[in-house]
Design a binder for this molecule. Structure first.
Ligand SMILES: [Zn+2]
Length: 404
């Protein structure tokens, strides 16, 4: 937990008082429950370094709140301790709502403490104006809250595309939604009496993967690469989501691969997104086959299908784009030397696209690629919801600041 305070522009380390110590102990206890549960009191004490009386007091507090439960057998033998009694989180005792505000639709889900999705709802975005989209988001959240009746929704996490300032709760710039400086958290909290946290959608995919599919791992480095219409990445360093200066980390799609290449929407030339994204490939295929009238998803469908059927022009587009993606990922490996790389998004479902990616990574001996686990995410469009739910749990239940 950050203990830095700002006074007259200077930053100071804040002295801990008893309240802080209690909160920190509770945070540590809950983290252990999520990571290692079910666990006994003595194991919690061993892992956390908290004294047995502190662990007992916290366990009683959480038992009375209905957040944890006991199971197992009391040996009745004080000499052996009560080791066989385990504590476990009551998975539906607290719930969070995860939301993804995408370009075409809003997806929302009710998520429990185990990362299970209990309710899922979606609505198409017809007008991108912030007022309309925020109104649709509020309605969707209200529908879910109404459906879960007496269950306790403790927080809402929102993932949006673009540059999102999570501390301020503001979408600074979302070119795809055409939003600038939208006070998303404030606008939602004004209408819904549940606390809200917002972040970038791809960052939340990485958080969702690490929290619920990687079991709250404290990996030194996990990078999730999303490739669909656009390209982005989410970075977990030392178990924490890395946001960078001004929350701008992860713009993998706007790293330059070809300095004299095509002009990108960001103003630079030859960004990875102009070479390896769904948008780039459909644009090339649209020109090649004169498909001006077709929308993105239809062209992509044709491109993938025709490539599968061996049409050389389609195969070339996919494998060339995959080659650039491979170069891009190798740059990330050289920079971060991660333990794990997760590939997410529709493009990685194409073997023709993914084969050159994997080949280039395997040839990158300098990056110690043989020590890196590379796999496809097992979750498709629900990953942002899970990540948004994970962020809400960490912020409003565990009370831990997870970004860095
Ligand atoms: Zn760019």
């Amino acid at each position: 937990m950050r203990l830095i305070v700002e006074v007259n522009g200077m930053h100071y380390l804040r002295g801990e008082n008893m309240g802080d110590v209690r909160k920190n102990n509770r945070t540590r206890f809950l983290e252990i429950m999520f990571k290692y549960g079910p666990v006994s009191r003595s194991e919690i004490s061993e892992i956390s370094g908290l004294t047995p009386p502190t662990v007992t007091a916290l366990a009683n507090e959480l038992l009375s709140e209905g957040l944890v439960e006991e199971f197992g057998i009391d040996t009745g033998n004080r000499a052996l301790g009560r080791k066989r009694i385990q504590l476990s989180l009551v998975k539906n005792s607290r719930l969070v709502i995860g939301v993804e505000i995408g370009v075409k639709q809003i997806l929302a889900g009710l998520v429990n403490l185990s990362g299970e999705m209990l309710i899922k709802r979606s609505v198409m975005i017809t007008f991108k104006e912030p007022d309309t989209v925020i109104r649709q988001t509020i309605d969707l959240i209200r529908d879910i809250v109404k459906e879960c009746q007496d269950k306790k929704v403790i927080g809402i996490g929102i993932g949006a595309t673009g540059l999102v300032d999570s501390d301020a709760g503001v979408v600074r710039n979302s070119p795809n939604l055409e939003w600038r400086n939208i006070q998303l958290r404030e606008l939602l909290e004004r209408e819904i009496a549940i606390p809200v946290v917002v972040d970038n959608n791809v960052r939340l995919m990485a958080l969702g993967e690490n929290t619920f599919l990687n079991h709250w791992s404290e990996v030194s480095g996990l990078i999730l690469i999303h490739a669909g219409y656009g390209i982005g990445c989410g970075i977990i360093l030392n178990g924490q989501l890395y946001c960078g200066n001004s929350f701008s980390a992860g713009e993998f799609g706007h790293t330059v691969i070809m300095p004299n290449g095509i002009l990108c929407s960001c103003g630079k030339h030859g960004c990875l997104e102009t070479l390896a994204s769904g948008r780039a490939m459909t644009s090339a295929y649209r020109q090649k086959k004169s498909l001006e009238d077709l929308e993105y998803s239809k062209i992509m469908e044709k491109l993938l299908k025709n490539a599968e059927n061996g049409e050389q022009g389609a195969v070339d587009i996919l494998s060339e784009a995959g080659t650039y993606m491979g170069y891009g990922i190798n740059n990330l490996i050289s920079l971060f030397a991660p333990d794990s790389i997760i590939l997410h998004g529709s493009l990685f479902h194409s073997e023709i696209y993914t084969t050159p990616v994997m080949k280039l990574i395997q040839e990158n001996h300098y990056g110690n690629s043989e020590r890196i686990t590379i796999k496809q995410s097992q979750v498709d469009d629900e990953l942002v919801i899970l990540g948004a739910g994970a962020l809400a749990l960490q912020r409003f239940l565990i009370c831990k600041i997870v970004t860095g």
